[in-house]
Design a protein around this ligand. Structure first.
Ligand SMILES: [Zn+2]
Length: 224
């Protein structure tokens, strides 16, 4: 039976062309990455691993954050433009790396290290939140906003680790309404972790609020 003609579908078919989520070249299929980016991604993805932050908190990450990589392109684009296909792709990859690391993510509440309110206003995007929501949909879990971020000082403008930690402590607070995290397992997500100060502070706040366990996860680990 013929499908009924839809003017909306017809118009979108004229303007919508699938593109690679990393390099943005036109594609003939809905695959997330073009063959060239996919080849590089497989190599970068082999660098997935685990490390510990300065306070000893374990961190699981997907790739290393280096210039001129697919990782860099995906993360950098995600900071300026929201794209569901990109968030869905990275969420599927994060779920894989969590399984590879043997993380038990049953009954987990997923949250994220939020971007500052000023950056969100400026760009209209909070990549870590989009990833958290996509990961929750992928794993069948729940995502919640648990933090406020009210700093105007960018972490990357501070070189001293102690100053970064101090700045992060002033920047983040936990929402008073989040009583439901006591005794729960929380998956704390960020797009890029450099010094780890933001993640250390947010994980601390979750533990102080009674979280039973905090699993820290990042798309990319950058050099300090
Ligand atoms: Zn590409």
């Amino acid at each position: 039976m013929n499908q009924p003609f839809s003017i909306t579908k017809w118009l979108s078919s004229l303007v919508y062309v699938p593109r690679c989520i990393a390099c943005r070249i036109h594609m003939e299929s809905e695959q997330p990455l073009c063959p060239e980016c996919d080849f590089s991604w497989q190599d970068e993805r082999d660098k997935a691993g685990e490390t510990t932050l300065d306070d000893g908190t374990p961190l699981v990450y997907l790739t290393k954050y280096r210039p001129n990589t697919v990782t860099h392109s995906l993360v950098w684009r995600g900071k300026t433009q929201q794209l569901k296909r990109r968030a869905d792709f990275l969420a599927s990859q994060l779920a894989e790396v969590l399984a590879e690391a043997g993380m038990d993510c049953c009954d987990v509440i997923i949250t994220h290290v939020p971007r500052s309110a000023s950056k969100r206003r400026e760009t209209g995007v909070d990549q870590s939140k989009a990833l958290g929501q996509a990961l929750a949909a992928f794993m069948g879990g729940v995502h919640r906003d648990l933090f406020s971020h009210h700093s105007r000082v960018q972490q990357k403008s501070l070189s001293d680790p102690a100053m970064r930690l101090e700045n992060a402590r002033k920047a983040y607070s936990i929402m008073k309404s989040c009583k439901h995290i006591a005794g729960k397992k929380i998956l704390l997500l960020d797009d890029v972790v450099t010094s780890g100060a933001s993640m250390i502070v947010c994980a601390d706040l979750l533990r102080q609020a009674g979280a039973m366990e905090v699993i820290c996860v990042a798309v990319a680990r950058a050099k300090k």
